[in-house]
Write a protein that binds this ligand. Structure first.
Ligand code: ADP
Length: 638
């Protein structure tokens, strides 16, 4: 029964992507085969996994395999699998649309990106199937979902429309027929009908695939006119079971592309073997680029979990903690039952132990990378640093391993990032604390008045300017035995013991002098500040605002207001610090002593508050009032 065909339009973004795939990946046309084999292998994994709980699903057709066939006369190349197959609805959903959020943005980015980067971006979106149109001018896909009665035929010339029809296919799985374009080896279009060519591609890209990839090809030692015989083209040997020294970089890369569904090269890889009470192996990769959905809340990440070489779960989220979710790869465990369910995995004690062992190993490896190849680590940090920082919120052991990996901007060198260890090594002999300042950007924090006293002492200050840094700062009280302290909070005592004593004596002297002015400021600005006091952190600015030790930083407060609504976060009052060495302080004091009811003094108090807010990059609560006061002041001054 072959039902009447219906014609559909590709979704607009799909059409655009198709054009880009065809035109930007011209140098890599042969990868269509890798993409189709990857899809077939996934479909076989799925039918096997579903077959574990639904014994009828496999029927009598249990030898899972992939087949390649060619017809030189018709110039067709066909790939079939007896995998899970697709229903008509699934075909329409997967093979006519790209049902991932963010597709439009991707298309926009792609249109302004050159070849190699375009390939990398496309890979993230899994438009693998569409690569067929680089080599074929017509493609037909016939498929029947395991357990369903009806089969579907999809066909398209890749020009913007596709046809869907019923089909009378009897067996489970999917067959894709490519009507090949004429071979044009000079432009990267090999003759894929040639057994030498497709055998080579299977070996190169798909050797490790866990199902036989079969084709009728001449035997290696056959006479010229001997009939071809059916052979398995791939070794099917899982790459992690081979001695690492025998596996080439290229083979590792192809395996990475398969598990990570990436088209690029991995940045780094790590092979691990645990022996002891629990035996398992892991082959892990760090991608070179963050996937676009790394921060999507409901995105599922995870390693593939194998039990004795058999895939039992595609994205097992319990093998690595969320702050290592960017790591791709596989774990092959010897001692788990083959039929573990997701629920069992979540509770399994062994999985928990594997997670802590694997994350320890990965963090150790990252530490080594930091020490041996700073540039590579810097790249990794640029892509995944904010994710690693999420782990700092975790408990003791993890935090201790993560902290040495963190990189920060600092006042030491505007063009390099520093680790905490490097900071500590540069600390002045009498310096006892690690200093930082949080804020929205380097440009804002590096001009903050809070830094003045630290700069004049030559103390380095870390600039924590990534939004997650606020949480890092909340969590990290000390490093390497040194307290970690914000230069924008609490009081400041710098220098050696003598210097501190001297500073304290000076300050108490100044307090006598400025006591009444401070009281006046505190009363006048009572709605905005909780205290006015003299500052030991200012050298050139007249005033600044600081928090008490446990207070939220102004940037964090703003972040919370934005995310939870202005009413949910009570406005914190801060402390106004006045620089006793600044002429403004002395002049104000004089004027205050001369005439305590001077209304101009109230304006000055407001101006000082505004000054302090602007200097640290905060917004003025009432800019109009601030401007009026400045205007009045100018009139008086001129
Ligand atoms: P990706 O594989 O990265 O998701 P593709 O464009 O290659 O992207 O494939 C889209 C979807 O089509 C797959 O996720 C899968 O659901 C379905 N599909 C593709 N090929 C097959 C196949 N041989 N058998 C079953 N489903 C398939």
């Amino acid at each position: 029964m072959t039902g009447s065909a219906e014609t559909f339009q590709f979704q607009a973004e799909t059409k655009q992507l198709l054009d880009i795939v065809i035109h930007s990946l011209y140098s890599q046309k042969e990868i269509f085969l890798r993409e189709l084999i990857s899809n077939a292998s996934d479909a076989l994994d799925r039918v096997r996994l579903e077959g574990l709980t639904d014994a009828d699903l496999l029927g009598g057709d249990e030898a899972l395999e992939i087949r390649l066939e060619t017809d030189p006369e018709a110039r067709t190349f066909t790939i079939s699998d007896n995998g899970i197959g697709m229903t008509r609805a699934e075909v329409a959903e997967h093979i006519g649309t790209i049902a991932k959020s963010g597709t439009r943005e991707l298309v926009e980015r792609l249109q302004s990106t050159a070849g190699g980067d375009a390939a990398q971006l496309i890979g993230q979106f899994g438009v693998g199937f569409y690569s067929v149109f680089m080599v074929a001018d017509r493609v037909t896909l016939v498929t029947r979902r395991a357990g369903e009665e009806n089969a579907t035929r999809w066909s398209s010339t890749g020009d913007g429309t596709y046809e869907l029809a019923d089909d009378n296919r009897f067996s489970r799985g999917t067959t894709i027929t490519l009507h090949l374009k004429p071979a044009d080896p000079e432009h990267g279009l090999a003759d894929f009908i040639d057994p030498m060519v497709f055998q080579g591609l299977v070996k190169r890209y798909s050797d490790f695939v866990g199902y036989p990839i079969k084709a009728a090809v001449p035997a290696p030692d056959a006479k010229v006119d001997a009939a071809p015989e059916e052979r398995v083209l791939n070794s099917m040997q899982p790459i992690w079971t081979r001695p690492a020294a025998d596996v080439t970089d290229e083979e590792f890369t192809e395996f990475y592309r398969h598990v990570a569904r990436d088209w690029g090269e991995p940045l780094d890889r790590l092979a691990l073997r645990a022996e002891g009470r629990l035996e398992y192996q892991a082959l892990l990769f760090v991608p070179a680029h963050a996937p676009f959905d790394l921060y999507f809340r409901d995105q599922q990440f995870g390693l593939q979990l194998y039990v004795r070489r058999v895939l039992i779960m595609d994205r097992c989220q319990n093998l690595l903690p969320p702050y290592l979710r960017f790591v791709k790869g596989i774990v092959d465990a010897a001692d788990l039952p083959l039929n573990v369910s997701r629920e069992m995995i979540q509770q399994d004690r062994h999985i928990g132990q594997m997670q802590s062992w694997l994350s320890r190993k990965v963090l150790n490896h990252l530490k080594q990378l930091l020490e041996s190849d700073r540039e590579k680590f810097r790249t990794l940090w640029g892509e995944f640093g904010p994710v690693l920082k999420e782990g700092v919120a975790g408990e003791g052991d993890v935090r201790d391993r993560l902290l040495p990996l963190l990189l920060f901007q600092s006042s030491h060198n505007p063009s390099a990032l520093t680790t905490l260890d490097e900071y500590v090594a540069r600390m002045k002999p009498e310096q006892t604390e690690i200093y930082y300042l949080t804020g929205e950007s380097r440009a804002v924090v590096e001009h903050s008045p809070h830094l003045e006293a630290f700069q004049s002492k030559g103390y380095e200050v870390l600039y924590l300017v990534d939004p997650v840094d606020e949480l890092v700062a909340e969590r990290v009280q000390e490093f390497s035995g040194k307290p970690v302290k914000s230069v924008g909070k609490g009081t400041v005592e710098l220098g050696n013991e003598d210097e501190r004593k001297q500073a304290e004596a000076d300050l108490s002297e100044q307090r006598k002098r400025y006591g009444s002015l401070l009281e006046f400021l505190q009363t006048t600005l009572a709605d905005d500040i909780k205290e006015a006091r003299l500052s030991s952190r200012l050298t050139t600015s007249p005033v600044c605002l600081v928090g008490a030790d446990g207070d939220l930083s102004p940037a964090l407060e703003r972040m919370l207001r934005r995310s939870q609504g202005a009413d949910a976060v009570t406005q914190q009052k801060r402390i106004l610090e006045v620089n006793p060495k600044h002429p403004i302080a002395a002049k104000l004091q004089e004027r205050f002593e001369a005439n305590q009811d001077d209304s101009v003094l109230v304006d000055y108090a407001q101006l000082l508050l505004g000054y302090a807010l602007l200097a640290e990059g905060s917004e003025l609560p009432d800019p109009a009032r601030f401007n009026r006061a400045i205007g009045d002041l100018m009139v008086k001054g001129l």
